[in-house]
Write a protein that binds this ligand. Structure first.
Ligand SMILES: *Cc1c(COP(=O)(O)O)cnc(C)c1O
Length: 409
């Protein structure tokens, strides 16, 4: 993101804003996808960044989407994705959302409970349709390398591996339901290639076991996502090319040796890994306070716009995001300071004890790696400030991805 003159963008559009570079994001996507064999499809997970222009920039490149709500289905359709390329997961799908899925022809509904299977079947009957599904399974164990785990232990996600047999039997017996395969999503932000490969290996073992036991002809194996990006000092980015090529080779090998996987297509559904590095959040310092030995730079946006930077979104230990003071030369002397937003709560702290060139009133502060789970995971209405502008860099042009919503005139 260093190629962008963010001071110029700020002068033209005001602060606070997000900028997403879709030229970089698409190039990254293409490179990853090119390492995968044709039986592995790389989906984009909409909830990581549902900005309509982000989705629009992926149309024609990304073959499918992981969606998590009726709203995401609608946003993705308006952006140009057809319902049949979507896989819909999430623990609390309402009757209306199931109806939307069946009516619009969502490609795969990832069913997460026996109750949901029954409700989906009833909706499909009403529409005289047969709905393709995967059953989402919560495996008995999940690698501890996934910092926020969605599998292993009791959880609201999926059907426990040990409880899935009767659900498979009812899916197979149901004329409204087409059991296409299985889905396992274990957790997010894993930075260990070895753990990712082990997780995939484990998923395939579970799937093959179930396919054998229940004579399921498996067409879809959704391997989930959760590939991580570095945020904090000491974290290192994974070698993306090597990871993708190892995954591709492993899947091709398993498919070749295992007759039960012969007709299977595999889905990887990534959010953070695809878009996370290609977004930046920029705010401006509006006040500075030196008090009781500490220097605070108070910005025009904070947790209301970019909640994960506060360390309250799935982080066990609060650490600072990569931050830069754009208004001072990077070689200027660094001093410890705290960067906070304008909200009336002490958790609105965007960087603690951070060593940065002195932040003064008017300085622009950039929070990097904010392309995923940032705007969309923030309490935008808390304290009723304007929302941040979302800008897109696409085909070498800056454009507005979503306007700033003004709280007052
Ligand atoms: C959120 C989510 C993903 C994407 O997770 P990332 O960590 O962003 O890759 C994939 N699958 C499901 C079911 C999800 O809920």
């Amino acid at each position: 993101m260093n190629q962008h003159d963010l001071a110029r963008v700020a002068a033209a559009h005001g602060t606070p804003f997000y900028l997403y570079d879709m030229d970089l994001a698409r190039a990254h996507y293409r490179r990853l996808a090119s390492q995968l064999p044709s039986e592995v499809e790389l989906f984009y997970c909409v909830k990581a960044n549902p900005n309509p222009s982000v989705l629009g920039a992926y149309v024609g490149i990304v073959p499918g989407l992981d969606v998590s709500s009726g709203g995401e289905i609608a946003i993705a359709q308006r952006a140009g994705f057809a319902a049949p390329v979507m896989s819909f997961a999430g623990p609390g799908k309402s009757d209306q959302e199931l109806e939307l899925s069946v009516r619009e022809g969502v490609g795969l509904v990832s069913v997460e409970s026996p109750g949901e299977l029954a409700r989906l079947s009833a909706v499909a009957r009403q529409y005289a349709k047969r709905q393709a599904i995967t059953l989402r399974i919560n495996p008995l164990v999940t690698g501890k390398e996934f910092p926020m785990r969605m599998g292993g232990g009791p959880s609201q996600f999926g059907i426990a591996e040990e409880d899935v047999d009767p659900v498979i039997a009812s899916a197979l017996a149901d004329p409204q339901i087409d059991l296409a395969g299985f889905h396992i999503y274990s957790g997010t932000n894993c930075l260990e290639p070895k753990a990712i490969l082990e997780n995939i290996a484990q998923t395939l073992t579970i799937v093959v076991g179930l396919a054998r036991k229940h004579h399921v002809s498996v067409r879809k194996v959704n391997l989930g996502g959760g590939f991580g990006i570095p945020y904090f000092a000491g974290q290192v980015a994974m070698d993306a090319d090597a990871l993708m090529s190892d995954i591709g080779k492993f899947i091709a090998y398993r498919k070749a040796e295992e007759p039960l996987l012969r007709d299977a297509k595999f889905i990887l559904e990534l959010g953070r890994f695809l878009i996370g590095p290609f977004g930046v959040y920029v705010a401006r310092v509006v006040d500075v306070k030196e008090t009781r030995g500490k220097r605070f730079a108070i910005m025009d946006g904070g947790m209301n716009h970019c909640f994960p930077a506060t360390g309250n979104f799935g982080q066990l230990i609060k650490k600072n995001y990569p931050v830069a003071n754009l208004s001072k030369p990077s070689e200027s002397a660094k001093i410890p300071q705290e960067l906070v937003g304008p909200l009336c709560t002490p958790i609105d702290s965007m960087a603690r004890a951070i060593e940065l060139p002195r932040c003064d009133v008017g300085d622009l502060i950039a929070f990097e790696s904010c392309g995923a789970y940032s705007f969309s995971a923030s309490p935008l209405r808390f304290l009723s400030h304007d929302t941040p502008l979302e800008l897109i860099y696409n085909d070498r042009t800056y454009g507005v991805g979503r306007s700033r919503e003004k709280a007052y005139a």
